[in-house]
Ligand binder design. Structure first.
Ligand SMILES: [Zn+2]
Length: 312
Protein backbone atom coordinates (compact mmCIF):
# COMPACT_ATOMS: atom_id res chain seq x y z
CA UNK A 1 0.00 0.00 0.00
CA UNK A 2 1.16 3.47 -0.79
CA UNK A 3 0.18 6.50 1.24
CA UNK A 4 -2.53 8.57 -0.36
CA UNK A 5 -1.21 11.46 -2.35
CA UNK A 6 -2.90 14.10 -4.40
CA UNK A 7 -2.73 13.01 -8.01
CA UNK A 8 -1.14 16.23 -9.14
CA UNK A 9 -0.45 19.76 -8.03
CA UNK A 10 -3.64 20.98 -9.69
CA UNK A 11 -5.57 18.15 -7.99
CA UNK A 12 -4.20 19.31 -4.64
CA UNK A 13 -5.36 22.87 -5.35
CA UNK A 14 -8.80 21.56 -6.30
CA UNK A 15 -9.03 19.75 -2.97
CA UNK A 16 -7.87 22.90 -1.17
CA UNK A 17 -10.32 25.03 -3.12
CA UNK A 18 -13.17 22.64 -2.29
CA UNK A 19 -12.21 22.79 1.40
CA UNK A 20 -12.11 26.58 1.33
CA UNK A 21 -15.54 26.71 -0.38
CA UNK A 22 -16.97 24.23 2.15
CA UNK A 23 -15.54 26.19 5.07
CA UNK A 24 -16.90 29.40 3.58
CA UNK A 25 -20.34 27.88 3.12
CA UNK A 26 -20.32 26.56 6.69
CA UNK A 27 -19.29 29.99 7.97
CA UNK A 28 -22.05 31.69 5.97
CA UNK A 29 -24.62 29.19 7.27
CA UNK A 30 -23.42 29.80 10.84
CA UNK A 31 -23.60 33.56 10.38
CA UNK A 32 -27.09 33.23 8.87
CA UNK A 33 -28.30 31.10 11.79
CA UNK A 34 -26.70 33.50 14.32
CA UNK A 35 -28.25 36.50 12.63
CA UNK A 36 -31.67 34.84 12.53
CA UNK A 37 -31.36 34.08 16.22
CA UNK A 38 -29.92 37.55 16.83
CA UNK A 39 -32.72 39.25 14.97
CA UNK A 40 -35.52 37.48 16.82
CA UNK A 41 -35.30 38.41 20.53
CA UNK A 42 -34.35 42.05 19.96
CA UNK A 43 -36.90 42.58 17.20
CA UNK A 44 -39.66 40.92 19.19
CA UNK A 45 -38.69 42.82 22.36
CA UNK A 46 -38.88 46.11 20.47
CA UNK A 47 -42.32 45.18 19.08
CA UNK A 48 -43.56 44.23 22.55
CA UNK A 49 -42.14 47.44 24.02
CA UNK A 50 -43.70 49.54 21.26
CA UNK A 51 -47.13 48.00 21.94
CA UNK A 52 -46.84 48.99 25.60
CA UNK A 53 -45.40 52.46 24.86
CA UNK A 54 -48.21 53.12 22.36
CA UNK A 55 -50.67 52.95 25.29
CA UNK A 56 -49.27 56.33 26.37
CA UNK A 57 -48.21 57.45 29.88
CA UNK A 58 -48.81 54.56 32.32
CA UNK A 59 -48.70 55.94 35.86
CA UNK A 60 -50.30 53.69 38.52
CA UNK A 61 -54.08 53.78 38.49
CA UNK A 62 -54.40 55.19 34.94
CA UNK A 63 -56.41 53.49 32.22
CA UNK A 64 -53.24 52.93 30.14
CA UNK A 65 -51.63 51.30 33.19
CA UNK A 66 -54.57 48.86 33.39
CA UNK A 67 -54.26 48.14 29.67
CA UNK A 68 -50.54 47.44 30.15
CA UNK A 69 -51.43 44.94 32.88
CA UNK A 70 -53.92 43.21 30.58
CA UNK A 71 -51.33 43.04 27.76
CA UNK A 72 -48.70 41.56 30.11
CA UNK A 73 -51.10 38.95 31.52
CA UNK A 74 -52.30 38.02 28.03
CA UNK A 75 -48.77 37.54 26.67
CA UNK A 76 -47.60 35.48 29.66
CA UNK A 77 -50.72 33.32 29.57
CA UNK A 78 -50.52 32.75 25.81
CA UNK A 79 -46.87 31.79 26.27
CA UNK A 80 -48.08 28.95 28.49
CA UNK A 81 -47.29 30.40 31.91
CA UNK A 82 -49.26 30.31 35.13
CA UNK A 83 -49.83 33.95 36.08
CA UNK A 84 -50.42 35.47 39.52
CA UNK A 85 -51.52 39.03 40.10
CA UNK A 86 -50.83 40.52 43.51
CA UNK A 87 -53.14 43.52 43.90
CA UNK A 88 -52.39 45.84 46.81
CA UNK A 89 -52.94 49.43 47.83
CA UNK A 90 -49.93 51.65 48.40
CA UNK A 91 -49.93 54.71 50.63
CA UNK A 92 -48.24 57.44 48.62
CA UNK A 93 -47.80 61.23 48.98
CA UNK A 94 -50.73 61.62 46.54
CA UNK A 95 -52.99 59.27 48.51
CA UNK A 96 -53.84 55.57 48.34
CA UNK A 97 -52.97 54.10 44.95
CA UNK A 98 -53.99 50.65 43.62
CA UNK A 99 -51.00 48.61 42.44
CA UNK A 100 -50.48 45.17 41.00
CA UNK A 101 -47.35 43.01 40.77
CA UNK A 102 -47.66 40.45 37.98
CA UNK A 103 -45.77 37.17 38.22
CA UNK A 104 -45.45 34.58 35.45
CA UNK A 105 -44.14 31.23 36.68
CA UNK A 106 -42.25 28.52 34.80
CA UNK A 107 -41.71 25.38 36.89
CA UNK A 108 -38.20 23.92 36.70
CA UNK A 109 -37.57 20.23 36.18
CA UNK A 110 -36.33 20.03 39.77
CA UNK A 111 -33.50 18.11 41.34
CA UNK A 112 -31.00 18.72 44.08
CA UNK A 113 -30.69 22.34 45.18
CA UNK A 114 -33.47 23.54 42.91
CA UNK A 115 -34.08 27.26 43.42
CA UNK A 116 -36.15 29.99 41.85
CA UNK A 117 -34.58 32.60 39.59
CA UNK A 118 -36.44 35.88 39.24
CA UNK A 119 -36.18 38.07 36.14
CA UNK A 120 -37.80 41.41 36.94
CA UNK A 121 -38.62 44.80 35.53
CA UNK A 122 -41.00 47.62 36.38
CA UNK A 123 -43.91 48.44 34.09
CA UNK A 124 -45.28 51.67 35.64
CA UNK A 125 -44.16 55.04 34.30
CA UNK A 126 -43.43 58.09 36.40
CA UNK A 127 -46.42 60.33 37.10
CA UNK A 128 -45.64 63.57 35.28
CA UNK A 129 -48.20 66.35 34.97
CA UNK A 130 -46.42 69.03 32.94
CA UNK A 131 -45.43 66.99 29.88
CA UNK A 132 -46.30 63.72 28.18
CA UNK A 133 -43.98 61.07 29.63
CA UNK A 134 -44.29 57.69 27.89
CA UNK A 135 -41.28 56.00 29.55
CA UNK A 136 -40.09 54.16 26.43
CA UNK A 137 -36.82 53.10 28.00
CA UNK A 138 -37.83 53.65 31.65
CA UNK A 139 -40.67 51.17 32.04
CA UNK A 140 -41.17 50.13 28.39
CA UNK A 141 -37.85 48.48 27.48
CA UNK A 142 -37.62 45.98 30.34
CA UNK A 143 -41.29 45.09 29.95
CA UNK A 144 -40.85 44.48 26.21
CA UNK A 145 -37.76 42.34 26.72
CA UNK A 146 -39.31 40.15 29.43
CA UNK A 147 -42.43 39.66 27.28
CA UNK A 148 -40.24 38.64 24.31
CA UNK A 149 -38.29 36.20 26.50
CA UNK A 150 -41.48 34.60 27.92
CA UNK A 151 -42.20 32.11 25.10
CA UNK A 152 -38.49 31.24 24.78
CA UNK A 153 -38.08 30.56 28.50
CA UNK A 154 -41.17 28.34 28.61
CA UNK A 155 -39.49 26.05 26.04
CA UNK A 156 -36.25 25.75 28.04
CA UNK A 157 -36.02 22.82 30.38
CA UNK A 158 -34.29 24.58 33.25
CA UNK A 159 -33.63 22.84 36.55
CA UNK A 160 -34.56 26.00 38.44
CA UNK A 161 -38.00 27.61 38.46
CA UNK A 162 -38.11 30.88 36.55
CA UNK A 163 -40.41 33.72 37.56
CA UNK A 164 -40.96 36.68 35.28
CA UNK A 165 -41.90 39.54 37.59
CA UNK A 166 -43.47 42.80 36.42
CA UNK A 167 -43.21 45.15 39.36
CA UNK A 168 -45.56 48.07 39.83
CA UNK A 169 -44.88 51.43 41.47
CA UNK A 170 -41.13 51.70 41.02
CA UNK A 171 -41.34 55.43 40.48
CA UNK A 172 -41.70 58.10 43.14
CA UNK A 173 -44.92 60.14 43.06
CA UNK A 174 -43.18 63.26 44.37
CA UNK A 175 -39.54 63.12 45.49
CA UNK A 176 -37.58 59.86 45.52
CA UNK A 177 -37.22 58.68 49.12
CA UNK A 178 -37.23 55.47 51.15
CA UNK A 179 -41.02 55.74 51.47
CA UNK A 180 -41.83 57.30 48.08
CA UNK A 181 -40.35 54.77 45.61
CA UNK A 182 -40.07 51.03 44.97
CA UNK A 183 -43.64 50.29 46.10
CA UNK A 184 -44.01 47.03 44.16
CA UNK A 185 -40.59 45.63 45.01
CA UNK A 186 -40.93 46.52 48.71
CA UNK A 187 -44.31 44.79 48.73
CA UNK A 188 -43.08 41.64 46.97
CA UNK A 189 -39.82 41.29 48.91
CA UNK A 190 -41.84 41.74 52.12
CA UNK A 191 -44.23 38.97 51.06
CA UNK A 192 -41.40 36.57 50.17
CA UNK A 193 -39.77 37.23 53.52
CA UNK A 194 -42.99 36.94 55.53
CA UNK A 195 -43.88 33.64 53.87
CA UNK A 196 -40.38 32.23 54.36
CA UNK A 197 -39.86 31.93 50.57
CA UNK A 198 -36.91 34.34 50.32
CA UNK A 199 -34.25 31.64 50.99
CA UNK A 200 -35.56 29.66 47.99
CA UNK A 201 -34.79 32.52 45.60
CA UNK A 202 -31.37 31.84 44.09
CA UNK A 203 -31.05 35.09 42.16
CA UNK A 204 -32.97 38.26 41.35
CA UNK A 205 -32.02 39.84 38.01
CA UNK A 206 -33.47 43.29 37.37
CA UNK A 207 -33.71 44.79 33.88
CA UNK A 208 -34.27 48.55 33.81
CA UNK A 209 -33.57 51.01 30.97
CA UNK A 210 -32.09 48.33 28.74
CA UNK A 211 -33.21 49.56 25.31
CA UNK A 212 -31.06 52.66 24.70
CA UNK A 213 -29.57 52.52 21.20
CA UNK A 214 -26.33 53.71 22.80
CA UNK A 215 -26.13 50.82 25.25
CA UNK A 216 -23.79 51.00 28.24
CA UNK A 217 -24.75 48.84 31.24
CA UNK A 218 -23.01 50.15 34.33
CA UNK A 219 -21.69 48.10 37.23
CA UNK A 220 -23.96 48.78 40.16
CA UNK A 221 -21.99 48.59 43.40
CA UNK A 222 -25.11 47.74 45.44
CA UNK A 223 -25.58 44.48 43.50
CA UNK A 224 -24.38 41.14 44.90
CA UNK A 225 -20.76 40.85 43.68
CA UNK A 226 -20.78 37.16 42.63
CA UNK A 227 -24.03 37.57 40.66
CA UNK A 228 -22.87 40.79 39.00
CA UNK A 229 -19.59 39.06 38.03
CA UNK A 230 -21.57 36.14 36.58
CA UNK A 231 -23.57 38.52 34.37
CA UNK A 232 -20.48 40.43 33.26
CA UNK A 233 -18.60 37.20 32.44
CA UNK A 234 -21.60 36.02 30.41
CA UNK A 235 -21.50 39.32 28.49
CA UNK A 236 -17.74 38.96 27.91
CA UNK A 237 -18.17 35.39 26.58
CA UNK A 238 -20.70 36.70 24.08
CA UNK A 239 -18.38 39.52 22.98
CA UNK A 240 -20.48 42.28 24.56
CA UNK A 241 -17.86 43.79 26.91
CA UNK A 242 -18.16 47.06 25.00
CA UNK A 243 -21.73 47.37 26.33
CA UNK A 244 -21.16 45.97 29.83
CA UNK A 245 -18.93 48.66 31.26
CA UNK A 246 -16.11 48.26 33.74
CA UNK A 247 -17.20 51.47 35.50
CA UNK A 248 -20.29 52.12 37.57
CA UNK A 249 -22.03 53.68 40.52
CA UNK A 250 -24.43 52.71 43.32
CA UNK A 251 -28.01 52.38 42.04
CA UNK A 252 -31.15 52.49 44.13
CA UNK A 253 -33.61 50.44 42.17
CA UNK A 254 -36.12 47.60 42.55
CA UNK A 255 -33.34 45.19 43.55
CA UNK A 256 -32.80 46.97 46.90
CA UNK A 257 -35.72 45.41 48.84
CA UNK A 258 -34.72 41.95 47.54
CA UNK A 259 -31.12 42.51 48.65
CA UNK A 260 -32.44 43.53 52.06
CA UNK A 261 -34.45 40.27 52.15
CA UNK A 262 -31.15 38.39 51.75
CA UNK A 263 -31.68 37.51 48.06
CA UNK A 264 -28.66 37.72 45.71
CA UNK A 265 -29.61 40.52 43.31
CA UNK A 266 -28.22 42.41 40.36
CA UNK A 267 -29.41 45.56 38.61
CA UNK A 268 -28.83 45.54 34.86
CA UNK A 269 -29.32 49.22 34.03
CA UNK A 270 -28.02 51.74 31.52
CA UNK A 271 -28.18 54.95 33.50
CA UNK A 272 -26.57 57.12 30.86
CA UNK A 273 -29.50 57.82 28.59
CA UNK A 274 -28.90 60.61 26.08
CA UNK A 275 -26.26 63.32 26.50
CA UNK A 276 -25.67 63.72 30.24
CA UNK A 277 -28.61 61.31 30.93
CA UNK A 278 -30.87 64.07 29.55
CA UNK A 279 -33.50 61.65 28.16
CA UNK A 280 -34.19 60.19 31.62
CA UNK A 281 -37.55 61.27 33.10
CA UNK A 282 -38.04 63.78 30.29
CA UNK A 283 -40.17 64.23 27.19
CA UNK A 284 -37.24 62.71 25.23
CA UNK A 285 -37.75 59.17 26.59
CA UNK A 286 -39.57 58.06 23.45
CA UNK A 287 -39.71 54.90 21.32
CA UNK A 288 -37.31 56.25 18.68
CA UNK A 289 -34.47 56.11 21.24
CA UNK A 290 -34.74 52.31 21.55
CA UNK A 291 -32.94 49.74 19.43
CA UNK A 292 -33.64 46.07 18.75
CA UNK A 293 -29.90 45.43 18.82
CA UNK A 294 -29.55 46.72 22.41
CA UNK A 295 -32.53 44.63 23.56
CA UNK A 296 -30.97 41.66 21.77
CA UNK A 297 -27.66 42.12 23.58
CA UNK A 298 -29.31 42.23 27.00
CA UNK A 299 -31.59 39.30 26.07
CA UNK A 300 -28.60 37.20 25.00
CA UNK A 301 -26.79 38.02 28.25
CA UNK A 302 -29.87 37.08 30.29
CA UNK A 303 -30.13 33.69 28.53
CA UNK A 304 -26.40 33.04 28.95
CA UNK A 305 -26.62 33.99 32.64
CA UNK A 306 -29.61 31.68 33.16
CA UNK A 307 -27.73 28.73 31.59
CA UNK A 308 -24.84 29.45 33.89
CA UNK A 309 -27.07 29.68 36.98
CA UNK A 310 -28.88 26.50 35.97
CA UNK A 311 -25.59 24.62 36.08
CA UNK A 312 -24.98 25.71 39.67
ZN1 LIG B 1 -37.77 56.14 36.23
Amino acid sequence: MTPWRPRSKSGRYKVLLALVILAGAALLAWVAVSLTKAASIGKDALEQANRIIALGPRPCGSEAHQKAQAAIVEKLTSSGMAVDQDHFTAKTPVGSVPMNNIIGRIPGRGGISQRTIILATHYDTKLVRDFRFVGANDGGSGTGLLLALAPLLVKQNYRHNIWLVFLDGEEAFREWSATDSLYGSRHMAGELKARGIAPQIGAFILLDMVGDADLGILQDSNSTPWLRDLVWKAAARLGYSKHFLSTGTAMEDDHMPFLQAGIPSVDVIDFDYGPGNSYWHTVHDTADKLSAQSLQIVGDVVLETLSELDGQ
